[in-house]
Ligand binder design. Structure first.
Ligand code: GLN
Length: 507
């Protein structure tokens, strides 16, 4: 492997997308050298279980094509930069499993719109990243797929403490970015799956307004909630990616919004003088770990120093977001997953009697416990007699939760609080208690139900002896289409702090 004179190999994986972009444009390094460097790193860190599919020949061919465009001087800002995709996006050149046995050997005939958009911006795909099965989970312990380097499924490991979960469901994405196996990754967020793993792994991630990024080619979990977004180390890098992956896809996604993507990078230096930051009292109640509270408080104080004003607000139905989400998301999942019947996609049981038996065996074998649990809940709440009692009620409260945000936004410009009540927990600590797992989603679910943009940025590390050194994330929630404001706010913080530059030991 050649080492460019002015950039050591060590430096390459520590560079931001912005810095790498500059190095590529000024020919200090080639896209091929960058790709080779990350492919090599990934092999050195397979123990983290982040990647589920890598195909160096595909990656290097993409890098060579990027180099050719760079040589002609017609590459854009993302030309030749590496990216890895959560394995919930379908990809033509890599396997697509959605973390499920059901899709273990599935190859898609097309690329998801988000994947295609990033590829047409010149990005080079390093591989596919582990995730909870069908994006259901908060710990990435629900994947049924063996990561690269293993023969059997393994939990993805948090690089800050490999005995802890990375968060989920975009756990592989968060780990790959935190461990510098890629400078950036895609994630999806239905109820927190970009924000929570970003917080647990000390990186930055943004879920845009529902409808901003195309859902075409994202394996569906809960269609009224699913949304794609970027995960990287800084808000500045997220801004670059978000501009490239958002935008209308009206012919292929019926909920795509007809608004052009913005140039978020250009809006990163807006002043935050006088900006009103709403602090919801319900996000700071019992159950919030002291360490998390302390670091969110100091981040808020930092924002005051930068000129923002803190405004106490209330989101009175915060607690209800858990039962509401865990009715609506499983209801939609039970319908979406009915397509996996052994006929059209993926796994089919080897031995069966009649057609009903084929369905039953296929689905029992193909779906893991959490997925089956949600299909049962979803089918129950949609069934005759329970639809009105559960599903319809949940829809009504969902509307009220969205209205609560609109009331709050009369008093503030943006909302800030914790992403999760605690830092990343120990592997296995909640595996037998799905309800405890669901409760940990309390601060990310309200924004998801309302379809609002939300982001997570690192604001410190735990000091309590049990959790010492684990990253803590702050959540920013904006009104519809306020992604630029969130990114700007996070960027301002990252200009005066170093949390997003910290590295796990051994990385
Ligand atoms: N933890 C939540 C769930 O399990 C959110 C998952 C997600 O956003 N994909 O449903």
């Amino acid at each position: 492997m050649t080492t460019p004179s002015s950039l050591s190999q060590q430096a390459l994986h520590d560079l931001s997308l912005h810095a790498l972009s500059g190095a590529l444009a000024s020919k200090q390094v080639s896209a091929t050298e960058v790709a080779q460097h990350f492919l090599q790193r990934m092999q050195e860190h397979t123990a983290l279980g982040a990647f589920v599919d890598v195909r160096p020949e595909v990656t290097l061919a993409q890098a060579a094509a990027a180099d050719a465009r760079l040589a002609q001087g017609n590459g854009g800002a993302l030309e030749g930069l590496p990216i890895a995709h959560k394995d919930i996006f379908v990809t033509r050149d890599f396997a697509t499993t959605a973390g499920s046995r059901m899709l273990k050997d599935y190859r898609s005939p097309f690329d998801a719109t988000v994947v295609a958009k990033l590829a047409s911006s010149g990005m080079v795909t390093l591989g596919k990243l582990n995730c909870d099965e069908f994006a259901m989970g908060s710990s990435n312990e629900n994947s049924a797929i063996a990561p690269v380097g293993f023969d059997a499924a393994q939990p993805v490991r948090n690089p800050w403490d490999t005995q802890r979960v990375p968060g989920g469901s975009s756990g592989g994405s968060a780990v790959a970015v935190a461990a510098r196996l890629t400078p950036a990754a895609t994630g999806t967020d239905t109820g927190g799956s970009i924000r929570q793993p970003a917080a647990f792994c000390g990186i930055t991630g943004i879920k845009p307004t529902y409808g901003r990024a195309s859902r075409y080619g994202m394996v569906a979990f809960a269609s009224s909630l699913d949304q794609a977004g970027p995960m990287a180390r800084s808000a500045q890098d997220c801004a670059l990616l978000l501009s490239a992956l958002c935008g209308p896809d009206l012919d292929r996604d019926a909920t795509s919004i007809d608004l052009p993507a913005e140039d978020y990078s250009r809006q990163l230096n807006d002043s935050i003088e006088g900006l009103r930051i709403g602090v919801p009292k319900e996000f700071f109640g019992e159950g919030l770990a002291d360490d998390v509270r302390t670091h969110i408080d100091s981040a808020l104080a930092e924002y005051e120093k930068l000129g923002a004003r803190l405004v106490p607000i209330s989101l009175p139905r915060t607690e209800l977001s858990i039962p509401v989400y865990y009715i609506i998301a499983p209801a939609e999942a039970s319908s979406n997953l009915s397509r996996f019947d052994g006929v059209k996609f993926g796994h089919r049981a080897a031995q069966y009697g009649d057609l009903a038996d084929m369905y039953q065996k296929t689905r029992s074998e193909g779906f893991g416990d959490e997925v089956q649990r949600r299909i049962m809940i979803g089918t129950y709440v949609l069934s005759h007699g329970y639809y009105d009692a559960y599903y319809l009620q949940a829809q009504k409260i969902r509307r009220m939760i969205a209205d609560d945000f609109q009331n709050a936004f009369k008093e503030c410009d943006v909302i800030a609080g914790p992403v999760a009540p605690t830092v990343a927990w120990k592997l296995g600590a909640m595996s037998d208690d799905p309800v405890a797992n669901y409760l940990a989603d309390i601060f990310t679910l309200p924004g998801s139900l309302a379809g609002l943009p939300g982001m997570s940025l690192p604001v410190g590390f735990a000091s309590a002896s049990a959790d010492r050194g684990m990253p803590i994330g702050m959540q920013l929630i904006g009104n519809y289409f306020q992604e630029a404001r969130l990114l700007n706010l996070a960027h301002r913080f990252q200009q005066t702090t170093d949390f997003h530059r910290a590295k796990p030991a051994g990385i």
